[in-house]
Design a protein around this ligand. Structure first.
Ligand code: DX5
Ligand code: ZN
Length: 232
């Protein structure tokens, strides 16, 4: 497997209209989203509560790209099969969510999903050193997880270290939190290839005015592509 290094934009539906997820998902996909990022929060690992497996399963009916499920829950292992059954393509667990992240990543792959490991801002890149053959994605949090709309915390040094540690392994580096066109350029320049964005995609638009989503996604993509040299 070779890693496709084209930058992917993954809008977080945490910033969507919670009464209208189906139309919101269809709107962002029609406007150029590469993946759909689904933030699962348990009011325990993080101080906020969103949705669980039945809702994620309902989202699946509308997702035609990649459903990227970010678990901000503890413990993780008892819920892995439920998210596989709900149709997650990628399931990301926090390294800080329990003592046995190695086992968790193995269990996610064994359930047929791609495995992601997320690192809180205070967790060093080196904490993932022994996980890089078990993970398909490392998610570098650039906010403390729990809420959309927070300010970006600079993790470019961590991203650079991780990209060097990953070497030629087919592992994505995803960045989550406070991503907008300015910060997108910085993290892609450091080696990230998946950009989660909530506020910066949904700001000013709606399922009735999806063109705004398209403009917001395009602005992030232009900034990212300028770093990779995809655009002249
Ligand atoms: C934060 C979530 C993010 C969040 C990003 O805990 O994991 O995915 O929705 O939102 P913005 O882009 O608004 O920072
Ligand atoms: Zn997220």
């Amino acid at each position: 497997m070779t890693l496709e290094r084209t930058v992917k934009i993954a809008p977080s539906i945490l910033s969507a209209d919670f009464a209208d997820f189906g139309r919101e998902i269809r709107a962002i996909e029609s406007q150029g989203a590469d993946w759909v990022h689904v933030d699962v929060m348990d009011n325990h690992f993080v101080p906020n509560l969103t949705f669980g497996p039945p809702a994620v399963k309902a989202f699946r009916r509308h997702v035609t790209t990649v459903m990227d499920v970010h678990l901000m829950i503890a413990p993780v292992d008892p819920s892995i099969q439920a998210y596989a059954d709900a149709g997650a393509d990628i399931l990301t667990a926090h390294l800080e969510a329990g003592p046995h992240i190695h086992r968790t990543l193995q269990a996610i792959r064994a359930a047929g999903m791609r495995a992601g490991v997320a690192l809180n801002p205070a967790t060093p890149a080196e904490a993932a050193a022994h996980l890089l053959d078990l993970a398909d994605l490392v998610c570098v949090m650039t906010v403390n997880p729990g809420f959309g709309g927070q300010s970006f915390i600079d993790m470019t040094d961590k991203i650079r270290r991780l990209r060097a540690m990953i070497g030629d392994r087919p592992v994505h580096i995803e960045v989550d939190g406070g991503v907008d066109p300015q910060t997108a350029a910085r993290v892609v320049g450091a080696g990230a290839d998946v950009l989660v964005a909530g506020s910066a995609v949904f700001r000013g638009g709606s399922a009735d005015r999806p063109r705004i989503y398209g403009e917001n996604i395009a602005a992030i993509r232009r900034a990212a592509d300028a770093q990779t040299g995809t655009l002249a």
